[in-house]
Design a protein around this ligand. Structure first.
Ligand SMILES: [Zn+2]
Length: 120
């Protein structure tokens, strides 16, 4: 124990960050188009139309949640730099590595996460 630099988690976080930033850039671009009075292209049938609506709804949802996730990843990376990564922000207990492996941006132990019903 001790001397854990969380190199693996850092790698994961940086990779996730890249992916999210790429997605966010795409979604944000779509949204800008809407602000300028975007007119959806004509569809070829009902099926296409239904699909497009689903896509738009997902886009809106995704944008907000992507920003939240990106923020969490940034915070986690900062905690690695500060040497406080892997410690619960609420109770100060160590966060099990198994949990960090699944969810590297976690800032709470399972106990606190459950207690406060915070979202991952
Ligand atoms: Zn805790």
């Amino acid at each position: 124990m001790g001397g854990n630099t969380f190199a693996e988690q850092k790698k994961q976080l940086l990779q996730q960050k890249q992916e999210i930033e790429a997605l966010l850039a795409k979604v944000t671009h779509q949204d800008d188009t809407f602000d300028e009075g975007f007119v959806p292209p004509p569809t070829h049938g009902q099926d296409d139309e239904a699909e497009r609506v689903v896509d738009l709804e997902m886009g809106v949802k995704t944008r907000g949640s992507l920003r939240v996730t990106l923020h969490e990843i940034d915070e986690a990376l900062q905690r690695i730099e500060e040497g406080i990564y892997g410690t619960c922000a609420a109770c100060g207990e160590e966060i099990p590595e198994a949990r960090l492996a699944i969810s590297p941006a976690s800032r709470y132990c399972i106990e606190c996460q459950r207690k406060h019903d915070w979202n991952e």
